[in-house]
Design a protein around this ligand. Sequence first.
Ligand SMILES: C[S@@+](CC[C@H](N)C(=O)[O-])C[C@H]1O[C@@H](n2cnc3c(N)ncnc32)[C@H](O)[C@@H]1O
Length: 272
Amino acid sequence: MLKNLVFQNRAHVFFGSASAFQSRRHSFCKTMSSTNPDPTHGIDTPMEPIETKPPVPRSVMVSRLREITGAQPMDTAWEQLWKEGITPWDAQGVTPAITTLLKQNKLREGKVLVPGCGSGYDVVAMASPTRRVTGLDISKTALEQAQLFAEKSPNAEFIEFQNADFFSFAPPSKFDLVFDYTFFCALEPSLREQWAEKMAELLALDGELITLMFPLDEHDGGPPYSVSLEAYENVLRPHGFHLTSCDAEIPSVESRKGMEKLARWERAISKA
Ligand SMILES: C[S@@+](CC[C@H](N)C(=O)[O-])C[C@H]1O[C@@H](n2cnc3c(N)ncnc32)[C@H](O)[C@@H]1O
């Protein structure tokens, strides 16, 4: 019972921002419906009622997410979640740590991959004439949303989306940088070894893996599943990755503060 309660609190952290967004959307709709744009004040033309939806309670989101991911294979489960709008992880904007790394010029250029990119905010933020970014997601619906967002970017030509399963993704060439945020924690822990193996396969030998580790806590079940630096190290080390930095002093969205760290990984290249 107690464990359940703790988990619900942690899930709240994961879902906080989306619920806040829904509330914002709700109040936006209310404002729209009470402001009459018609100069006749609607005397002659009755206004169409604007549908307002109350925010979905967090507990409902959590149980629906668990229900779907627990009952279906990965591909159909995530697609179903996106179709139903059960996307509580979606922070509605660029990951603050990415904004900071870009400002500080601390992100590699070249070919970049964002696995499990969802709405694609980070894909769009990172893309530039010197950084071609691929957003990968198993959900077609997620990528349709991401594509719409990316089309508005002045760097749209440096962005591509791939609708594929990360574990069978076979791009024509390797990546210089992979950025993982809320993808590792979305995967069933038994897949973590395969996740690391695939990272090693997708990255150029001198490439870099950046993992924004979240949620650094201890709770049962998922997604999101609890993560720890050790959990990443355990699966990455056998593939030659070593930690080059681990930073807790990173900006986070309010509800995730204190629960994430930015870890950077590289492989030792043989000089022989
Ligand atoms: C928790 S969401 C995170 C989305 C995004 N990174 C964010 O922070 O908003 C996990 C994403 O990974 C995608 N996903 C799950 N399993 C996948 C797989 N095997 N291959 C590719 N994408 C996958 C889901 O569709 C979902 O969009």
